[in-house]
Design a protein. Structure first.
Length: 249
């Protein structure tokens, strides 16, 4: 019972941080899920939690969704998420996680700690290949949604619009991944209960998180998003410290 209570509380806190930080809440659950159920449970459990939380978030942020971006990005996310989930149980993903982590850390310099508004111009069609790659990595590694923040920031989609649009793209993708994990027997045992527990806590946080986001200045939001991306990257690299040590050991 204690582990479920911890997941509910962690889900609540993680998705408040996720909303304010432009995503990546699932990454905060990774250490706890790994400790409770093992590393192989991380991607399925965090995907289920994100899907449950995303239903409430889509409702709360419905009016803020940029549907032109969803139209471009959702097909790529669905294809990438399916392929990543299929390869989840067989492909070695340690070094991919390290590369993604290094990219996320580099965003601190790219955006000058949030003071720089954009680093390059973005066309809407870019969201298809970007979501394809991100969806694949998310299905394979789990919790890499922060990677897309670079594209959203450079497209001028921030605050409520970023959160709502990312949710509209990710929600169907997570549903596809859950179906794939289940079909391939990667979603087993008590993973369903663990994911639902974390998702319930996350679901309850959506309304409070939107109030916080509404009152937040634009520049502060960008600074938090960039800082959280860098923190997410550092956590991802730390999780693979054994692989790095073995390379130089």
């Amino acid at each position: 019972m204690v582990e479920y209570i911890l997941l509910v509380v962690s889900g609540f806190v993680a998705w408040i941080v996720s909303t304010v930080g432009g995503g990546g809440g699932a990454l905060l659950l990774v250490p706890l899920v790994g400790f409770i159920a093992g590393a192989q449970a991380v991607a399925p459990v965090t995907t289920l939690a994100t899907m449950v939380a995303g239903g409430g978030r889509a409702f709360v942020f419905w009016r803020d969704i940029e549907w032109s971006v969803v139209k471009c990005g959702l097909p790529g996310a669905l294809i990438g998420g399916f392929l990543g989930a299929v390869l989840f149980s067989t492909a070695p993903a340690e070094w991919l996680q390290i590369v993604v982590g290094l990219f996320l850390i580099s965003t601190v310099l790219q955006y000058r700690f949030g003071r720089k508004q954009r680093t390059f111009d973005v066309a809407k069609w870019w969201f298809f290949p970007a979501e394809l790659v991100t969806g694949f990595l998310d299905g394979l590694i789990g919790a890499v949604g922060s990677v897309m923040n670079t594209l959203y920031l450079n497209a001028g989609i921030t605050k409520e619009r970023m959160v709502g649009t990312k949710t509209a793209v990710s929600l169907p993708t997570h549903l596809v991944k859950i179906g794939t994990y289940t079909t391939l027997d990667a979603m087993t045992g008590n993973m369903w209960l663990l994911g639902l527990a974390a998702g319930a806590g996350a679901l309850a946080s959506n309304w409070l998180a939107k109030r916080l986001l509404r009152n937040m200045p634009e520049m502060r939001f960008r600074a938090i998003v960039v800082g959280f991306m860098a923190l997410s990257g550092a956590v991802m690299i730390w999780q693979q410290r054994d692989s790095i040590v073995s390379l130089f050991g």
